[in-house]
Each structure stands twice: as C-alpha cells, then as structure tokens.
Write a protein that binds this ligand. Sequence first.
Ligand code: PDD
Length: 282
Amino acid sequence: MNEAIVYLNGAFVPLAEARIPVLDRGFIFGDGVYEVVPVYAGRPFRLTQHLQRLARSLAAIGIDNPFDEAGWRGLIGDLVDRHTWPNQFVYLQVTRGVARRDHAFPKGITPTVFAMSSEFTIPPAAQREQGVSAITAPDERWLHCDIKSVSLLGNVLAKQSAVEAGAAECLMFRDGMLTEGSSSNIWVVRGGRVLGAPVNHLVLEGIRVGLLGELCERCGLDYELRRIPREEVLAADELMLTSATREILPITRLDGAPVGSGRPGPVYQRLIEAYQAATREA
Ligand code: PDD
C-alpha cells in the first residue's frame, strides 16, 4: 500500500498522523492559499508557473513566502519520491498560522505549511469521448478570484449545485459575462476560434490558460481572451474546461441542451492531443 506521507511544518509524517491546532487561521478564517500541481511520470508539470502563482497569492494576502523556488522544488521532489504512483497531484497549502482569534493579522506568527500528494487518475477515455455536462449559475463569489485562496465557499456551493443536477461543472456568469467554472477555466469555440474570459480579478488565472494559448499556437488555432456574453456561450460550437486535475475536457451538454453537435468537437480533439504531447515532453 502506498501510504500517503505528507509534509507539515518541516516534517514528513503519515497523513493519518498530521495534526494542526484548531486556532490555525486557515481553519478559523480560511486565511490561506493553495496550489494543485499535476505530476506526470514522477515529474511536476509546469511547476515554475505554479510556484509563481503561489508566490503571487501569498503576496496578495501578505504572507511571507516560506520557501524560495529551490526550496519548494526540493520539498515537492521529496514528497513525490515518497510515493510510487507514476502520476500524482501535489496539493500545497500555506496559512497565516496559529493565533488567538482576531480578524486582523497577528504579529510574529509562523505560517503553517502543508503539502500532500495523491494518486492522479487521468480523466477516463469515456469522459473524453462523450464529454461531460455542465450547468450555469450566477457567480456569487467575492472580487479577488485571482487569488488562489482556500476560502472556497462560493466555489463549493456552485460545484454542489452541479453535482445535484447530475453535472460535472458549474459555469458562472457575472453581469451576463462568463467568468469560469467552480474549479476550472472555461473555453468557448466559435467558428474555429478558441475564446476564454479575460485574466483579471474575476477569475483564477489557471496554469492551463497560458498553456492553452501555446497549444493553440502550435495547432494553428486562433486564441483570444475577452469578455464573453452568455449568449455566445449558449451558441458555442464547442465548450471545454481545463484544470490541473481534469486536463482538458469537452462539455457536450449545458443546462440539459446539447452543445453544438452534442459530441466532442474537432478543436477539442486537436488540443487534447497537443496537451498530452506536452505532458510527455515535459
Ligand atoms: N482548481 N479556476 C478555478 C476556480 C479553479 O479552482 C481552478 C483549478 C482553475 C484551473 O486552474 P489550473 O489550470 O491552474 O488548474 C480555474 C484546482 C485544480 C483545485 O482547486 O483543485
């Protein structure tokens, strides 16, 4: 059995033995940030970009980064090597630390640093061949969705509404414009062009956002990030979602209606092949 060993505040311990104090501000206030890094054949994919985003999230909420890039790389390499799954995803979380409950930042506390790795099951062929269904809902989250915060209640409630509707994702709209999925970025294909929402405070800049731009270039596809009204999403030829754990998946039903032909489309086919090639090259 590949028993999960996790990293907590300087030590590697079995998952079942890892403990944090109840006054940890991550528990009390959701005062922390996180990352999810996919690992293919033992090698973290796009790690530099994930670590840069982690540094941005930490800076945005005023927590000192506990490690430099080399430090994080060493920790993650060590964690991955302790498990035999070829494909893993590494979860990193840093909270402000433990202190008496008071909203304002306490002085002189040490951030809590947690890292764990899980087996990464690549989305099954059936999902890629049939696509997944999604629903739509208003985006009711706060205005700093660019910070990869562990305060995920808005995302949790949106994902739950999808699950209760038998769907895999919830596409969110703010003021009639597409933002993102509850745990993914969303892509609209119209007339062969790949469209995504602008990168700003209303969405998380997924590591796959930049990557999809590179893959579109390789495939000779037009790629544009711009405001996308709901009507354009409903009229899409193809819809796709991207995330570290779901790679690229076609969305073939939206609110119960077929998207385009109702089958994964040609743009999806090209991009998933390019994505898989990129994970092998890395
Ligand atoms: N979430 N938008 C949101 C709200 C997300 O939670 C995620 C990923 C993404 C895609 O980002 P990336 O391409 O870097 O995975 C976009 C991770 C996988 C999670 O919370 O588990």
